[in-house]
Design a protein around this ligand. Sequence first.
Ligand code: FES
Ligand code: FES
Length: 191
Amino acid sequence: MKQVQYTCPYCGMNEDDTEGLKKHVVSQHGTDPLPLSPRAIRLTINQQNYELKVEPEWTLYQVIHDKLGFIGAKMFCDRGTCGSCTVIMEGRPILSCMTLAIECDGKTIETVEGIGEKDHPLIEKYVEHHAMQCGYCTPGFVVTAKALLDRNPDPSEAEVKEALAGNLCRCGTYPQHIKAVMETAEKMKAE
Ligand code: FES
Ligand code: FES
């Protein structure tokens, strides 16, 4: 069964891949396939600058995980429902599986690797509270929690729950995340 089809923006015809779509646009519509060509984008990820060419259909997840090697973000649902691919862009948590890389030109991004490098107290509290089992969802939770604490250093339990509501864990570690985030906030206040 075909999972993905690429639709011609001029006539609506579907092709199986981008190469087929490019050929179709050139042969049937006689137009320059520039809108479908790779574009150079610049990203600042964890304070390092990157410039690379991306295909128009590549997601930000494909770029940061597959091309640049930031493997902390995880692919789980690929449908914007689980939060495991979360990164922080311009201070806000976003789903990298639902974001086109081409739209991120010039943006500043923080991944779980950057959070770990800074030795953020969240890491210590996550370990202390064993807020993971298989660990697959954990980076997405940590990144979402970091974004919360950046904008609200003193969240209530309800605010933590609300912030993490978009992150799913098949292992059922939810209570541990609340404890880890609340204690991180307390520790940061005390420092
Ligand atoms: S993999 Fe992106 S939201 Fe699930
Ligand atoms: S720890 Fe296994 S999915 Fe969350």
